[in-house]
Design a protein around this ligand. Structure first.
Ligand code: BES
Ligand code: ZN
Length: 684
């Protein structure tokens, strides 16, 4: 088929209806009981419902860890020593957050050395863990807790050597956000408290240990490591990882840590990192954390990325060979300003972290890869937001959550925080002008540097430095509508992507004519165009249509998780059983929730699919991260399939498993001059 005939066919197609994308992030679960709260703090919003700590009385100023990693027992044990800032003259107790920790000893340092202190460990709350109340009648400057973690600590994953890429060395890593730091260190586990830390960590001699601190690229691998983090951080940015990790530089101040088999591909994928740092610096001021390194984790990492200071943790699923998914690095790097420097003071203000960061991420992408790429990213995320918001209560659609409600913060950060948040800032940029808004944001990051704030502090600052300074541009009502009202204001700036216009025509042309878009059109497509191609499909397709697409583009088995995330739910909803062995492989080897949860959600809609989903969970359980296991279990528990529904699923023997292994080394997008016998550059 010629290009012109194809475009004629496409032109016959009706107006483009943007089909809804599969859920980008998990919907929030039902509310759980609120914790008791001091009224004044609650009214200003500066109160953290997710912590037992009482930082207005006494706060951790510095933390010194002395820890031993035991891979056989899957435990961390040792001591945490706190230097305390006694803020309330009447205070004689220190309340810490813990979860599943065995507390062995608590002491306070006095004139006569370390003396035992009385303490009580309360019963376990499923969400918040166990409150540790320490009596400190002498108000000692230093208190020390000896403890041991549980092998099932919610914030740690331990992987046997067989579950790693190199198969020679075991691996472990933490994920502390939102409230999992308390499962590996007794802490005031609230972002309202910021402290410096140091650590001495021992491990088997062949294991390299890294932390969210001053990792030395040239450190000797000897099983004995020391760290210092001189900048004050909140507890959710505490991080540790250990395994067969090697370092390769990207620039003088940045580089990649990864297993030896991954590190070179990772350096190539992330080669623009230094340019991202200088771009962000030119917009928002100096990078204040010295080094910026990226640690590539095993595929079981439950997130895309985590902005641990100085050492972003990243999923290997973004290493696809063409740098098409490096917005993840832009995002985690952006948190060095929005989040790590100026921090939300509780999870309910999560948009201050994630919305600002998603906006800054897009600015970095625009500066490095151009406006069209940035626009495509905005269109994809906003289509996801529109889809997600349509199933939300009005309260959930508001950016700023009213104080007092306790939700599981692992599940409560929705597309609203990320994408409505970024959209709000883009709206402000458009109204006030880019130069003015850039200067405002830079001033905001400087003004609140190394502080944790609630939404109300941002609002006051914006009132003075934007609304009052440039009157007549944005009214207080418009400002508050974005923050507190459901939905997207009608005045929101609209983004259109030229490239996606072509994709929409190509899809509509195929749906109308049955002729797949030819290579002359699709050869130039990157991940974003393919994602948009799939997201605009009707809810189900016929088996013939799916196999036609598969023959042309090889979606089933694609090593590009962003495509798998869209293709497999469509395949499941359509009863395309040919894809099930590949689906089993995908959900067993990848633990990144965003990628696999849409497929689980599609599966549990039918009885046969639910059965299949349960089998995958059991096969994958030993290799899943506790956070991923919890999400999959929740979707399975909440499933209500119609009896007898669904297409019978082929026997599970077809799948590989059971443990997460390294992702496919093959790039997802072969170069346009790749093997001409292969149909099209989607990979697979
Ligand atoms: N800080 C988040 C991850 C997070 C949020 C973990 C809340 C736990 C609770 C991180 O910066 C993030 O947003 N990651 C995204 C990356 C994406 C938006 C580019 C992810 O993992 O998908
Ligand atoms: Zn983020």
């Amino acid at each position: 088929m010629t290009l012109s005939r194809f475009l004629r066919l496409a032109a016959l197609a009706a107006l483009v209806l943007l089909a809804v994308a599969a859920c980008k992030r998990e919907p929030a679960p039902a509310d759980v009981a609120p914790a008791p709260k001091p009224q004044a703090a609650a009214d200003s919003g500066d109160y953290d419902e997710h912590s037992y700590a009482e930082p207005d009385k006494v706060a951790i100023d510095d933390l010194a860890l002395d820890l031993a990693l035991d891979f056989d027992a899957r435990t961390i044990s040792g001591t945490a020593t706190y230097t305390l800032d006694w803020r309330d003259d009447a205070a004689t107790g220190l309340v810490l957050d813990t979860r599943d920790l065995a507390i062995e000893r608590v002491e306070g340092e006095g004139a006569g050395g370390w003396q035992p202190l009385e303490y009580a460990l309360a019963g376990r709350d499923d969400l918040l863990g166990s409150k540790l109340t320490i009596q400190v009648p002498e108000r000692n400057a230093r208190v020390r807790v000896a403890y041991r973690t549980s092998p099932s600590a919610s914030g740690l994953q331990w992987l046997d050597a067989s579950m790693t890429e190199g198969k020679s060395t075991p691996f472990m890593f933490s994920q502390s956000q939102a409230i999992h730091a308390r499962s590996w260190v007794p802490l005031q586990d609230t972002p309202r408290v910021r402290y410096t830390y140091s650590a001495h960590v021992t491990a088997p001699a062949d294991v390299m240990v890294l932390m969210s601190a001053d990792n030395d690229p040239a450190a000797a691998r000897d099983g004995d490591y020391s760290f210092r983090m001189p900048q004050r951080i909140p507890s959710y940015l505490m991080a540790i990882a250990a395994g067969d990790l090697v370092f390769r530089p990207i620039s003088a101040r940045s580089g990649v840590w990864a297993e030896p088999g991954t590190v070179d591909r990772a350096v190539a994928e992330f080669e623009d990192t230094e340019r991202m740092i200088t771009t962000a610096e030119s917009l928002y001021g100096p990078y204040r954390w010295e080094r910026y390194d990226i640690l590539v984790l095993p595929p079981s990492f439950p997130y895309g990325g985590m902005e641990n200071p100085r050492l972003t943790f990243a999923t290997p699923t973004v290493i696809v060979g063409d740098k098409s998914l490096v917005a993840l690095v832009a995002h985690e790097l952006a948190h060095s300003w929005s989040g790590n420097l100026v921090t939300n003071s509780s999870a309910k203000d999560g948009w201050l972290n994630e919305g600002f960061t998603s906006y800054v991420e897009n600015r970095i992408i625009e500066a490095l890869y151009g406006k069209e790429r940035a626009d495509m990213e905005y269109v994809i995320s906003r289509n996801g937001l529109k889809a997600e918001i349509s199933g939300m209560s009005p309260e959930e659609q508001a950016l700023a959550v009213r104080p007092g409600v306790v939700k599981d913060p692992d599940a409560s950060l929705s597309a609203v925080s990320y994408d409505k948040g970024a959209w709000f800032l883009q709206f402000l940029e458009e109204r006030f002008g880019r130069a003015e808004f850039d200067a405002f944001l830079r001033g905001y990051f400087d003004h609140f540097a190394f502080q944790s704030i609630p939404t109300s502090r941002f609002v006051d600052y914006a009132q003075e430095h934007l609304l009052d300074r440039y009157p007549g541009k944005v009214s207080r009502e418009e400002f508050e509508q974005w923050l507190y009202e459901p939905g997207i204001p009608a005045t929101a700036p609209q983004v259109l992507s030229r490239n996606f216009g072509v994709v929409d025509s190509a899809r509509l042309g195929w749906l109308g004519s049955g002729e797949v878009p030819p290579p002359v059109i699709t050869d130039a497509w990157s991940t974003q165009e393919w994602v948009h191609f799939l997201e605009g499909m009707p809810p189900t397709l016929s088996i013939e249509q799916l196999s036609q697409l598969d023959t042309a583009y090889g979606f089933t088995g694609t090593p590009n998780g962003e495509l798998a995330q869209r293709w497999y739910p469509l395949a499941v909803r359509s009863g395309y059983v040919q894809a099930y062995p590949a689906i089993a492989d995908f959900v067993r080897t990848i633990g990144r929730r965003k990628l696999i949860m849409p497929t689980y959600q599609a599966l549990v809609a039918t009885e046969a699919g639910l059965q299949f989903a349960k089998e995958q969970l059991e096969a994958a359980r030993a290799g899943y991260h506790p956070i991923t296991t919890a999400s999959v279990e929740r979707v399975i528990a909440e499933a209500r399939p119609a009896p007898g529904s669904g297409t019978p699923v082929p026997p599970p023997a077809a799948a590989t498993g059971p443990a997460p292994a390294a992702v496919d080394a093959e790039p997802a997008m072969p170069a346009a001059d790749g093997d001409p016998t292969r149909p099209a550059p989607t990979g697979g």
